[in-house]
Design a binder for this molecule. Structure first.
Ligand code: 6PG
Length: 465
């Protein structure tokens, strides 16, 4: 067999799917997995594609099977396993060889690994789309050196999802820029999912709808402004029947959300950047609260359950609230990406990020096309300042307000929708209330304030005497 053009380490769900995708696109690939039996199973699963795959048992054989300069994708769990794998590879590699980390790495780790790469090339690659995406076309967000991207791009573009023929894979800046974009993708993913879960909660608890009706509602919404992968799978999840009980599968799923941490990283990094992403933060907090099941049950017994039968909300108003919430959430996510790009000197093209998210990834949606357009037309502007999204808000902020207010009156928790509304109200208020904060700070700590009338800085109030 000819030397492989690329190597892949880690034949877990995502790694195996990506390896088959690469082989299917005509590239010869060598693979290696720590547990050799997994490689044997993988070769059986590969079927006809096995002809393009070189399975290897020893790491040295894997490296020797690659054409030089080598390109190796790591699909191992984020964290220490990546460092261990790089350390094991290093003595076997030569200057100019390329390592691509395709896991969900923390961008700080990727920054450090890229800086320590020395004479190797290093690419931190965010890969989105789950197993199906990896197999048939993921969305990919790269960061590292330009030379690393230039080497990897032909293969990555070939295997990526396509939107109108354009591959959903791009380079967003040095070091951890790609993994940072993936992290924010996941923060938005958490927020999108939480907004949907809140709409589901109002339909279920406030309007007493069954899962079939809920599935129908999401199906209908999926043909409007909310058209997206997440809306589509929400309808499918609501409609699914449990083979054991014969009833809706949703009714047998424990209401405690898991999380591997990328949404939380978004919230943490937003604070480091002093960037406002309250909808994402609310979504992370909601997952944390969801885990406290026993305590929630105890408090329901103590205070009573929220009354149901909320007749004052229409399905159209919930749809409107979701549209407004989604637009506000993405506004925050892109603003955070811009802040990070400035802080780290990445020069990330936000419009290109939106383009890469249009297909293949979990948050792909019809709206992302308009977002790409808006961010290209007016770079640096907030998404809600673009005419198309300003229109969405003009049309739907009253619904958002109504849904949040009615949910609050009836005791239904809607933290992400509430956060979206509070953000909108704060951002469209020219004269805010932080003059009081500044007054207080100056009163107790002589921190000084800026005068509104003269612009004079470091002023003090009469309490200074
Ligand atoms: C993707 C997803 C994926 C993520 C899962 C689970 O883009 O394909 O974001 O990378 O790992 O969605 O994430 P949580 O366990 O944190 O929910």
């Amino acid at each position: 067999m000819a030397e492989a053009q690329i190597g892949l380490i880690g034949l877990g769900t995502m790694g195996a799917a990506l390896a088959l995708n690469i082989a299917e696109h005509g590239f010869d690939i060598a693979v290696w997995n720590r547990t050799a039996s997994r490689t044997v199973d993988f070769m059986t699963e590969a079927g006809a594609l096995a002809a393009r795959v070189t399975p290897t048992e020893a790491l040295a054989d894997f490296v020797a099977a690659l054409e030089t300069p080598r390109a190796i994708i790591l699909m191992v769990p984020a964290g220490a396993p990546v460092d261990e794998q790089i350390a094991a590879l290093r003595p076997l590699l030569a200057p100019g060889d390329l390592i691509i980390d395709g896991g969900n790495a923390n961008f700080h780790d990727t920054n450090a690994r890229a800086a320590a790469a020395g004479d190797l090339l290093y690419l931190g690659l965010g890969v989105s789309g789950g197993e199906e995406g990896a197999r048939f076309g993921p969305s990919m967000m790269a960061g590292g050196s330009q030379a690393a991207w230039d080497r990897a791009a032909p293969i990555l573009r070939a295997i990526a999802a396509r939107y109108d023929g354009t591959p959903c894979a791009d380079f967003f800046g040095e070091g951890g820029a790609g993994h940072f974009v993936k992290t924010v993708h996941n923060g938005i993913e958490y927020a999108d999912m939480q907004l949907i879960a809140e709409a589901y909660g109002i339909l279920r608890d406030g309007m007493g709808q069954g899962t079939d009706a809920i599935a129908g509602t999401f199906q209908r919404w999926n043909s409007g402004a909310l058209e997206s992968y997440l809306t589509e799978i929400t309808a499918a999840v609501a409609a699914a029947q449990d083979p054991v009980t014969g009833g809706p599968v949703l009714e047998v799923i424990v209401d405690a959300a898991g999380q591997k941490g990328t949404g939380r990283w978004t919230a943490i990094e937003a604070q480091h950047l002093a960037s406002a992403v309250p909808v994402i933060e609310a979504a992370v907090t909601a997952r944390n609260l969801s885990a406290q099941r026993d305590r929630r049950a105890g408090l329901e017994a103590l205070f009573g359950a929220a009354p149901s039968h909320l007749t004052t909300i229409s399905r159209d108003q919930i749809e409107g609230a979701l549209i407004a919430g989604k637009v506000l959430c993405y506004t925050q996510g892109f603003e955070m990406l811009g802040a990070a790009s400035r802080a780290h000197g990445w020069d990330t093209d936000l419009s290109a990020v939106a383009r890469v998210w249009r297909a293949g990834c979990i948050i792909r949606s019809a709206m992302l096309g308009d977002m790409a357009e808006a961010l290209m037309t007016a770079p640096g502007a907030l998404l809600i300042e673009a005419p198309v999204f300003a229109d969405h808000l003009r049309e739907n902020h009253a619904s958002l307000r109504h849904v949040v207010a009615e949910a609050a009156r009836h005791g239904i928790a809607v933290p992400a929708l509430s956060a979206a509304l509070a953000y909108f109200d704060a951002m469209r208020t020219a004269r805010g209330t932080a003059n009081m904060i500044q007054g207080q700070r100056d009163y107790f700590g002589r921190h000084g304030f800026v005068r509104l009338d003269t612009g004079a800085e470091d002023q003090h109030g009469p309490w200074a005497d």
